[in-house]
Design a protein around this ligand. Structure first.
Ligand code: FAD
Length: 495
């Protein structure tokens, strides 16, 4: 049978391995860390549990479909449930909004608190659904880079159903045209950060993202986000996939335009198929020694990174929920600082995730809360992150004290941090970017590296830095698209 090697066990690496083994291919995963999951990992500190990276789970159908394809019942592996509040929002002017996932309730909340017309919300979310159903599904579920798949995808029809502004305006301009209140605009501009982009530059098309939260729903996996990694890993083991941890791949071997295997521990390991789940930049630069292609990839701006404080908080806060946002006063200036100046910004938007809200006494000791406190940070270009750490910490504490009328500092009884350099070190994500490249141009999404290369047959790519994009749902889709390309290629090879 054919042999495949998957480089990296991020969520897309795990899903890729499963999809290939289901095609009767023998699969080995090489992972440089001593744990699976890449950015989707977990740690415990003095009784507080933390998901290190992602905290928002949408579109469970991607993972459901994977388990179904594998002939397994997903509920034997993990449980998850829809939550009824997408996020709690806090503004510097004292406004507090609860974003219910129920559209009518959400529209009512905005009408009552900030006088936004309910029909504006309803129309926007309807348009968001249309965009997703007409364009999103085509774009996100197909390779786009092969004539055959483009032909199969009804893209021509999809594009004609979209209003001009969504293709040629920015997300901010679409939102400004849709809402009367600046606070609603800011709330919906925030969705650009779901793929590490700037709403003042990214295309209006990103207004399809709220569809995932308000029309489809957001979910909480029991045990936290790590349950997603654990379930994929257990599924992979059950299907007979071999894992080699602490084994960084050093090179991808290829000759005459065909992949031959990889080098691990200075030994050649043969394979017919190699899937790289490593950041595509590093794959070209370090594993293929192709500097010119690596540099070409940098023509596209990298997505933003993050600065995270993991705090064990010796108190519970009734007004907080699972997801909370404390907005900056000047959102535009914040994004300019993030992308144009790549500097510390003195009033960052603060995100707090508290899984103890869903599992009190389990995710944190009773009467306490596990706070995952994140701000968007610029991509790593060698800033003084130690100095930034002090500055972020001080400004975050001041902002929370102001907006929650509290004194946070004495409540922090345990602390760890994650900065862009650590993200880069742990997952080989170039510049510590969370989502590979940003969508800060109209065609950026179409410029992402495809899931294959014509130059080296048998080499494929899956993960947040390639098509269709970063974040858990898209990483899972990326693995599926990749495996469909493999299936078609194998048919061709056999003929
Ligand atoms: P990664 O997780 O990047 O893993 C790649 C793996 O490859 C790593 O394990 C690495 O060690 C391994 N590797 C690299 N090079 C080699 C090599 N040469 N040999 C062997 N192994 C190698 N997404 C969401 O959907 N929702 C969120 O709320 C969200 N929030 C986030 C918050 C933070 C702080 C971070 C960091 C990310 C967040 N994301 C979120 C993004 C999401 O985590 C990623 O898009 C996704 O997990 C990336 O998965 P991946 O498969 O591309 O690989």
């Amino acid at each position: 049978s054919l042999r495949a090697i998957v480089i990296g066990s991020g969520v897309a690496g795990l899903a890729s391995a499963v999809r290939l083994v289901l095609q009767g291919i023998e699969v080995t995963v090489f992972e440089k860390n001593n744990y699976p999951g890449g950015k989707l990992s977990h740690f415990e500190m003095n009784g507080y549990h933390f998901d290190s990276g992602p905290s928002l789970f949408t579109q469970p159908e991607n993972i459901e479909e994977l388990f179904e394809s594998a002939g397994e019942n997903i509920y034997d592996y993990f449980e998850y449930a829809a939550v009824d509040v997408a996020c709690k929002y806090f503004y510097e002017d004292g406004t507090k909004l609860t974003a219910y996932t129920n559209k009518e309730k959400f529209a009512k909340e905005l009408a009552e608190k900030i006088n936004e017309q309910p029909q504006n919300i309803q129309q926007y979310l309807q348009q968001s659904a249309n965009l997703y159903n007409n364009i999103g599904t085509v774009f996100l579920n197909h390779s786009l880079h092969k004539k055959s798949s483009l032909f199969k995808a009804p893209l021509g029809k999809a594009v004609t159903t979209v209003r001009w502004n969504y293709l040629f305006g920015t997300l901010n301009s679409v939102n400004k045209a849709s809402f009367t209140d600046e606070r609603t605009v800011q709330l919906f501009n925030r969705y650009a950060t779901y793929n590490g982009s700037n709403p003042y530059k990214a295309p209006g098309m990103l207004s399809l993202i709220p569809h995932l939260e308000y029309n489809q729903g957001t979910y909480y996996p029991k045990g936290g986000m790590i349950s997603i990694t654990n379930s994929l890993y257990q599924l992979a083991l059950k299907k007979g996939i071999k894992f080699e941890f602490n084994r960084p791949v050093q090179r991808i071997i290829n000759s005459e335009g065909k992949v031959k295997g990889v080098v691990v521990n200075n030994k050649n390991i043969p394979a017919d198929i190699v899937v790289s789940n490593m950041d595509v930049y590093g794959t070209y630069k370090y594993l293929l020694n192709d500097n010119s292609k690596a540099n070409q990839l940098l023509n596209q701006e990298r997505s933003s990174s993050a600065f995270v404080f993991y705090w064990g908080i010796n108190k519970t806060f009734d007004e907080l929920g699972l997801h909370n946002i404390f907005f900056s006063k000047d959102y535009k200036a914040e994004f300019e600082s993030l992308f144009a100046y790549k500097k510390f910004y003195n009033d960052p938007t603060v995100y707090i995730n508290i899984t103890a809200k869903c599992e009190p006494g389990i995710q944190a000791p009773t009467g306490k809360e596990n706070w995952f406190v994140m701000v968007n940070a610029p991509a790593n270009v060698g800033q003084d992150w130690k100095a930034y750490q002090q500055q972020y910490r001080a400004t975050i504490i001041a902002k929370l004290n102001r907006l929650l009328q509290t004194d946070i500092e004495p409540l922090i009884e345990s602390e760890q941090i994650l900065d862009p350099v650590l993200i880069e070190e742990r997952t080989a994500s170039y510049m510590g970017s969370l989502y590979g490249t940003s969508s800060n141009s109209r065609i950026a999404a179409f410029l992402r590296h495809p899931n294959f290369t014509n130059k080296i047959k048998g080499l494929y790519f899956a993960g947040g830095s390639v098509h269709p994009g970063g974040g858990i749902p898209l990483c899972l889709k990326s693995a599926k698209i990749m495996s469909e390309l493999v299936k078609e290629d194998i048919k061709k090879w056999r003929h």
